[in-house]
Design a protein around this ligand. Sequence first.
Ligand code: CP
Length: 306
Amino acid sequence: MRHLMSPLDFSVEELDALLDLANDIEKHPEKYAHACAGKKLATCFYEPSTRTRLSFEAAMLNLGGSVLGFSSADSSSAAKGESVSDTIRVISCYADICAMRHPKEGAPLVASQKSTIPVINAGDGGHQHPTQTLTDLLTIRSLKGELGNITIGLCGDLKFGRTVHSLIHALIRYPNVRFVLISPEELRVPSYIREDVLEANHISYTEVERLEDAMPELDILYMTRVQKERFFNEEEYIRLKDFYVLTKSKMELAKKDMLVLHPLPRVNEISVEVDDDPRAAYFRQAQYGVYVRMALILTLLGITVE
Ligand code: CP
């Protein structure tokens, strides 16, 4: 039995196979329509979500399976003090696979250690969000043709943004990937990622504060929201929340084939006027999230479709 806690739980070859499967699902959805008949997915979300929870549920329904779960800690027995370990033991009696989001870093890992079904980390605090990374990798590979040979700008809240942390871990395994880390001083990528991941692996990166300075060299601009829920000080959040706003005029500085990605939800960091730009790929990215989660469910359940 396998769980997914981090994008590094899959080798590059396994990831390639997963992304190939997701592309096949996109092309031939009818082939997979009954692949999970009789199987159940539990979505245990202790933190709010729109895309991750609903795309997991859509993925299982598209595969002919069923879904059950809860969408907030308050509507589960966590509100009465039940531990994650006890909850997953019980969920293991009801479902075949579980996607779990939790505000505490490491909670899905704790669950996986007590579980008798595969557990997927659907986001744990400011730590990792591996299925968003799978979504990002599928989007980049499908729209750019490969995962190597890119300069990617990561912009916004690089301190608390778990999607950025997971994406850096995943992309350093591909050749000739350069990172431009665009953030205010207060929201820089944590030193454990700069030093232990980027520098330790001799990955090329620069840090800049002005988005305009970085735009011309980017193949991909990955915008992120300032993570209000992770701030201890509301004044600090208010001061930083609109530090970056991607506008039509800033898009004029970019390459003609640059992609704009965003894990969503968006607050103010991408002006809605950018949505009509053909380079804006964040809603297509959300669609890729369904295909890749279908591929992940099949892979972790060991189901193959000929
Ligand atoms: N991208 C993402 O994780 O979105 P949700 O918080 O809506 O699941």
